[in-house]
Ligand binder design. Structure first.
Ligand code: G4P
Length: 195
């Protein structure tokens, strides 16, 4: 998605440790006009499949998922992150070990909001090592719902997540795939550039 890649080049900031900061338009301040274009693009890419629910993970995924959902006319469910060890009751849970954040957490979704018969599109802002997406995939599997695909705004193509998800047979659509970025020069190379 060229509009997004141009925006990343214009306003993204490359930080040490291959971190791309997009706080000014994606995951702190949010540019809703851009989100609308992102929503239209995901709708275009997943036009051939039936989707009745969007699943994301707190926090940054929620805003994006809500705008995207307007183009699919479906509800959004977000997985909650929790440190609680003994989660009682009617929830699906999965463990996520985030290398990026150096922490382990459980994610939960109430059983009443996900289950057999659901056709789920996962939406998230970043795909790096893919642990968050793996956790969501495990939750969906446990629930008996069907994972139709995953829509990612920015994939860090030089980290392993994309390869793992694609090789597992999941349909993955990433709107901007960063193949490399240089902190010194500010140069970003995208895999899916149109021009
Ligand atoms: P991981 O296995 O290395 O943890 O990678 P994963 O793809 O699961 O991403 C983990 C988290 O790290 C995600 O946030 C993602 O947004 C964030 N992240 C990874 N690389 C970058 C980056 O270069 N820039 C930014 N801004 N974020 C990055 P999360 O767990 O969903 O938490 P939240 O930030 O949404 O609360």
């Amino acid at each position: 998605m060229q509009l997004l890649m141009d925006r990343i080049r214009k306003d993204g900031k490359i930080k040490a440790g291959n971190v791309l900061k997009v706080d000014s338009f994606l995951n702190h301040q949010m540019d809703i006009e851009l989100f609308k274009e992102i929503g239209k693009e995901f709708k275009r890419r997943f036009a051939d499949v039936e989707i009745n629910k969007i699943l994301t993970i707190e926090a940054s995924g929620i805003g994006i998922a809500c705008i995207v959902a307007q183009y699919f006319n479906v509800p959004v469910v977000f997985a909650k992150k929790t440190q609680t060890k003994n989660i009682a009751g009617e929830v699906y849970t999965s463990r996520v070990e985030s290398y990026t954040h150096g922490r382990i957490y459980d994610i939960i979704v109430a059983k009443e909001f996900l289950g057999k018969g659901d056709k789920v599109l996962v939406i998230d802002d970043f795909l790096a090592n893919g642990k968050a997406l793996e956790g969501l995939t495990a939750l969906i599997k446990e629930s008996g719902a069907e994972l139709v695909g995953a829509g990612i705004v920015i994939e860090k193509g030089f980290q392993v997540g994309g390869d793992i998800i694609r090789s597992s047979g999941i349909r993955l659509e990433s709107l901007a795939i960063v193949d490399s970025m240089d902190e010194e020069t500010g140069t970003i190379v995208f895999r899916n550039e149109e021009k």
